[in-house]
Write a protein of this length. Structure first.
Length: 473
């Protein structure tokens, strides 16, 4: 074993020696080569020098590019993690005097423009010192309204003395409106809706027929928006109301139409007003003033006019008040005379029990008071009338006779009986039967003269003479 070990160590020793010889020879060759290059370097051409300088510049550009890239990485990291500062803190500006200067490359006259511009573009880049901190300002905390207020769709509905004003805003606001005009001077109304997009104001106490200007003011946050405009209240409405008692009448000149005329302002009847009437017959034109104004007792104030057409045809009557006019047509037809006619009525007597019963010939004992011997009526005529006088005859003392219109004692035996016959019942009575002979007696009406209340003419009563019979027992 020992011999084997020595055998192995001998080749190893030989290899080590050979290695030293190889290294030594290589070093010698290298030294010689270096010396040769050193000796020949001064002899290098001018082109080789330029190439060497360009290579050096590229190396420097690569180093500057790395520095710029590192600065960009630091900036992005600083932005992604902003540092909170107070409002009074200002961002720190790096001082250029602390930046590390970078030597400028030498200018090579024969170099192209592209090659010369590349190193110059890096000269403005300054690397901040290592102790510089980049600070990004914190976002402001002030609240800002992202949407601008708009006032939209203003709608106004006005009446005589009020107005409803509606408008909308594109975002919820507190709104109000200022009104000026009439008896208002910048009167303020707040929206009844409060904070809302739909707003409404009901303005009252306005004056009719008046123009009002308005200014809407809407507020949201620190925003204030205004909008102006105007509107007018309704004008006063004046009307004339005409109520004739008939629209057709006979053309007599005395048969008339009665018209009740009322004046209204905004639908309310007005008192103490002056109204004029103009007719085809100028002699009948009339003006009714305060003294002629009457009321029915229910506040229905009116003026009363009467018109008497004299010719057949359409008669237009024009009524005017406060600049307002209204007309009504009256038809005048041909006159047909109608006189009244006597109509017999039933006589009633009372029995011992004071019960009434009808009789054809009444009978009364001597000494009976207020004994009814005749009852009659008169039909209507073409005009109202009253009885002027009655012509009669009887076989009893006429001083005992009395005439009644209804229950009222009247004098129909003279010429002054003031009686309108329409609907009236007349009766003839004996004041007291004492002194009248026992037996059958008569009372005859020979003629009744009626007087037309409109025409003033006498009217003859038809159906005469007529005789009434009675008995005294």
């Amino acid at each position: 074993m020992k011999n084997q070990k020595g055998f192995i160590q001998i080749p190893l020793l030989i290899a080590i020696i050979a290695g030293f010889l190889f290294v030594g020879s290589a070093g010698y060759v290298g030294v010689r080569e270096y010396q040769n290059n050193k000796i020949e370097s001064p002899q290098l051409s001018e082109i080789d020098k330029l190439k060497q300088e360009v290579a050096d510049l590229k190396i420097k550009d690569e180093e500057r590019g790395k520095i710029i890239k590192e600065l960009g990485t630091q900036k992005s990291e600083t932005i992604s993690k902003p540092t909170s500062i107070s409002a009074s803190t200002k961002p720190t500006t790096p001082k250029t005097s602390e930046a590390t200067p970078i030597p400028e490359p030498a200018v090579i006259p024969s170099q192209t423009k592209t090659e010369a511009s590349e190193p110059q573009s890096t000269q403005s880049t300054v690397q901040p010192p290592s102790n510089t901190t980049n600070i990004t300002p914190a976002p402001t905390t002030q609240t800002q309204t992202s949407t601008t207020i708009q006032i939209l769709l203003v709608n106004i509905t006005s009446s005589l003395s009020s107005a409803q004003i509606e408008w909308q805003t594109n975002i919820p606001t507190n709104s109000k409106i200022f009104l000026s005009g009439g008896n208002f001077s910048s009167k303020v109304y707040s929206s009844e809706s409060g904070l809302s997009t739909r707003h409404i104001v009901n303005a009252t106490g306005l004056t009719s027929g008046t123009t009002y200007s308005y200014k809407i003011e809407s507020i949201a946050g620190d925003q204030v928006v205004k909008k102006q405009g105007s509107f007018a209240t309704k004008l006063d409405e004046y009307t004339v109301s005409i109520q004739p008692d008939k629209t057709s009448v006979q053309a007599t000149g005395w048969n008339g139409v009665t018209l009740k005329v009322s004046t209204l302002k905004n639908g309310q009847i007005q008192s103490n007003q002056s109204v004029s009437m103009v007719t085809p017959d100028s002699t009948q034109n009339d003006t009714r003033t305060t003294s002629n104004l009457t009321s029915t007792g229910s506040g229905d104030w009116h003026n009363t006019f009467t018109y008497y057409p004299k010719t057949v045809g359409t008669h237009k009557l024009l009524f005017s008040w406060s600049g307002i006019s209204k007309s009504v047509d009256i038809q005048a037809v041909e006159y047909v005379k109608t006189d009244p006619k006597i109509e017999l009525r039933t006589v009633y007597q009372q029995d011992a029990n004071n019960s009434s019963y009808p009789v054809e010939i009444p009978e009364y004992p001597i000494g009976y008071q207020n004994a009814t011997i005749a009852v009659f009526g008169l039909s209507n005529a073409d005009e109202p009338f009253r009885i002027g006088d009655i012509k009669f005859e009887s076989d009893i003392d006429t001083n005992k006779l009395q005439a009644f219109a209804g229950s009222s004692l009247i004098n129909i035996f003279g010429h002054d009986a003031p009686l309108n016959s329409i609907g009236t019942q007349y009766s003839i009575k004996i004041s007291n039967t004492t002194g009248i002979p026992i037996g059958t007696h008569t009372f005859t009406i020979k003629e009744i003269r009626a007087i037309g209340l409109t025409s003033g003419l006498y009217r003859t009563v038809f159906g005469l003479p007529i005789t009434f019979t009675f008995k005294v027992k």
